[in-house]
Design a protein around this ligand. Sequence first.
Ligand code: KG4
Ligand code: ZN
Length: 336
Amino acid sequence: MKILAIESSCDETAAAVVEDGRKTLSNVVRTQIPLHAVYGGVVPEIASRAHTEAITAVCEKALSDADLTMEDLDAVAVTNRPGLVGALLVGVSFAKSLAYRYHLPLYDVNHLRGHIAAAYLQDPALKPPFHALILSGGHTFLARVNDYTDFTLLGTTRDDAAGEAFDKVARVLSIPYPGGRELQELADAFHGDEFYALPSPALKDNPFDFSFSGLKTAVVNLAHNLAQKGEKLEREKLAASFAHVVQEGLVDRVGNVHAEEAIETLVFAGGVAANSGLRRALGDFCEQNGIRFLPVDVSLCGDNAAMIGAQAYFEAQKGAPAPLSLNAIPRAEVDE
Ligand code: KG4
Ligand code: ZN
């Protein structure tokens, strides 16, 4: 089954052709990051407009890269939740018109399930059940994947997503948006043995949930306090201190889930999963505990449509196509 998948939930306009949920025939991502970088974050109205301008060419390229035409396809799929509603609507409307024009079934895909499904492209032998830790600019959660379309949300963030904290700390250090990678490079360059004291993103009153807003605020306050005292902010030390508490916090949460329900395989995905320090820390923990660690390839961590096409195949095996009244839904968890 060949599916043309479309993704426009945030700041990447993406289209891909995926066969049977596990084989990428093409994967086109046009990022809008340069448009948003001047504002230090994604501006929803600019995102919608840029999706509208890009979507036709991105879909045409996905077809031509796969050496296919619309007549060769079996279905169209689109991310319809969660995300920026105006951005989602561009993809949803475009996908609906293609499905109508070419008499193809249309499948709606939850973006968060898509991030997990990137793992099926990475390892075509992977089958549920397994566990997944997803960290992105908008979402942060730990889930058990019971089956391809059956998820149990185990832990989630009470406030900000991990990516928001990375972007905010990068901003404090005057690193341009999105600053995750450069922040890690700074952290890796730190060779001291004493960190700034920062709060953990692992909540104390719950074993599985996260909180990143306190950490974010603590970094901002630390920078202000040092400036007021006329003391120098050590950039590498701050980046390393932040990386340290985030790594420890994530390992703590995964450890608590492992103690509760013996994780066999841990999939690690979402934009922030491209972070080399986090990959190292979680990889070490998994190795020490006999867990198979499956970090999704960096090329599939950030938003893309191949992951949407992968999940769409499994949604198609289980459920009916979406009606042409399909709408965009700004908020949804992985199990919704
Ligand atoms: O999954 P994604 O592409 O979009 C959403 O669905 O939100 O994630 C984007 C987020 C941004 O916050 C970006 O700064 C972060 O992923 N990110 C990173 C790295 N690369 C991207 N964070 C930490 N380290 C990285 N190497
Ligand atoms: Zn995403």
